[in-house]
Design a protein around this ligand. Sequence first.
Ligand SMILES: [Zn+2]
Length: 285
Amino acid sequence: MTAAGRTIDVVPLTTGRVQIKPSQVRAVGAGEARIQAVFGDPAWTAPLPIHAWLVLHPDGPLLVDAGETPRATEPEWYPSAHPYYAHALRTTLDAGDAIDAQLAAHGVAPGDLRAVLLTHLHTDHVGGLNDLAARAPHAAVWVHAQELADATGAEALLRGYLPHRLPPGFAPRSYDFVDAPVGPFAASQAITADGRVRVIPTPGHTRGHVSVVVECDDLRIVLAGDATYAEATLREDAVDAISPDETVTRATMAQLRALLDAAPSMYLPTHDDTAAARLAGRVRW
Ligand SMILES: [Zn+2]
């Protein structure tokens, strides 16, 4: 049992903050014009959290995404010649924001983790693996097969990934969806033996993007990664500027809304600055 008496619980971790362009959160225009609008946008969002999520399960703790590493503030950790990293991203974090420090604040050591589930391989979701690395020997790192191919293939940098910043020896467990449906999602990947933690396909933001569904005692929590940047943009049906094919993103958003409408639920994107308060207050979708 967790502190609140729940058999399963989700705890927010925050590995620093990020500012991006408002036109990345809510795309301006369509198709290729969306990313061009980001580079021409003089405005910045408020600093948004870079969340990761600790799932306290009876079989042991799981981590959903690893957040960013404090090393991201070192010169050239982000490639200064890359237009997105040079012009469209501001990241703020210090040593205390590292994922291992965040876990320690909740009494969890890297070696306690049973699994790390990655929604996708953008650096602000996997950089923190560098702060866990060899100290999480029991943790299988789960990455969807399409995402692994895109993030490590010849076009990875063009797609916005930083494959050279993955930790040495990065050898995740790649999978596709072969388990039971979850609402409108035709198949899933079960993570725990009781089926209360599952991964569902939510392509759009990246081609291999996934979300994690946690069946708590009182409601269903969807840990959405960057499926949308906020609960508000899911309600608005606003696509981001990053998705390679916005029709895929819109189809996923429709499925997510149907899932959330079907049962008491909570929707927690990585960069939503209302997410931690909604989780603390058990505020439903
Ligand atoms: Zn992302």
